[in-house]
Ligand binder design. Structure first.
Ligand code: AMP
Ligand code: FE
Ligand code: FE
Ligand code: ZN
Length: 294
């Protein structure tokens, strides 16, 4: 039987190529039955996606992905079934997105200082929703400075490159707390990249203590060995093993939409956990103060 679940996708509300409606139409055309939209730092695509899903008879799961920084790179935290209309939650997301605007402008300035001619106006126009590095990469590609999006990250905007500017700094624990503050279900995204399988065991008790309930296990390009190791850790720490492709559209991540098997158990367990939280008074979240940007 072909795959019918994908729990990790992006739309034009953040750095995906397809609008929420187009994404759902593509999901339908390849036979997906259950889809989650997990845009970076925004729930701006969720209403449209839910609407499109209802018309196409797809079971839609609202989600979000919060990027956080640790020494040496990023850890991403997915959040499923957040009660995203909560004003306090939206207020925090707005702060994160506003910081992305300033950060995008700063990255363009740093590029300009090195004689690279891309404009903030163009980057802003490419981004339909929350601005991210992929939009800067696209502007660099359009202007002919690189041949691929990956090359833009390698040469200009990857962590440690001269035009790289960090986002509003959150720790993985902050992201877990933020998602929990909307009764969402925090899940550690693609953990093999960072912190890495060897380190992961040291992270799980603290993140679980913070409120994490899942571990992304069936992720786009992960090998069978990765999957087995993550599944064993998820079972050991009683975390829900989730999965998906991280589909952004062609050319950004390697796995096509629906291109990874995700067991239905993941959906069942997420839904059961969400039902237990829905409508309860969530813990409040306090945004850590911003740190000085370069
Ligand atoms: P930002 O949140 O603005 O820092 O952008 C991070 C996003 O850029 C990630 O979520 C990925 O979608 C994308 N990304 C990161 N590294 C690469 C890469 N080497 N090639 C293509 N896309 C990347
Ligand atoms: Fe992305
Ligand atoms: Fe991610
Ligand atoms: Zn993602």
């Amino acid at each position: 039987m072909p795959n019918y679940i994908d729990l990790h996708t992006h739309s034009t509300a953040s750095d995906g190529i397809y609008s929420p409606t187009e994404l759902l139409q593509r999901a339908k055309s390849i036979g997906l039955r259950i889809l989650a939209l997990t845009d970076h730092d925004t729930t701006g695509g969720l209403d449209e996606a839910a609407h499109a899903a209802a018309a196409l008879d797809i079971d839609f799961i609202p989600g979000i992905e919060i990027n956080t920084d640790i020494a040496g790179g990023e850890v991403h935290v997915l959040g499923y079934f957040p009660e995203y209309e909560r004003p306090a939650f939206q207020a925090v997301l707005k702060v994160l997105r506003d910081a992305r605007e300033r950060r995008g402008q700063r990255m363009v300035e740093l590029l300009n200082e090195q004689g690279i001619n891309v404009s903030w106006e163009r980057v802003r126009a490419i981004a339909e929703g929350a601005v991210g590095r992929p939009h800067v990469a696209k502007a660099l590609l359009e202007a002919g400075y690189v041949q691929t999006i990956g090359e833009a990250f390698d040469k200009y905007i990857g962590t440690g490159c001269y035009a790289y500017v960090p986002r509003y700094r959150l720790t993985p624990e902050d992201a877990v707390h933020l998602i929990a503050s909307a009764n969402g279900l925090p899940v550690m995204a693609h953990p093999v990249e960072l912190p890495g399988l060897a380190e992961l065991r040291n992270w799980l008790p603290g993140l679980k203590e913070a409120g994490m309930v899942g571990l992304e296990t069936y992720y786009g390009p992960y090998t069978t060995e990765d999957e087995q190791a993550l599944r064993a850790l998820a079972d050991e720490y009683d975390l829900i093993p989730t999965g998906g492709t991280d589909f952004h559209g062609p050319g950004i991540h390697p796995t096509p939409l629906g291109g990874r098997y995700v067991p239905y158990e993941a959906v069942e367990r997420l839904k059961a956990a969400a039902a237990q939280r829905r409508g309860k008074t969530p813990p409040t979240f306090e945004l850590p103060p911003p740190v000085q940007e370069k």
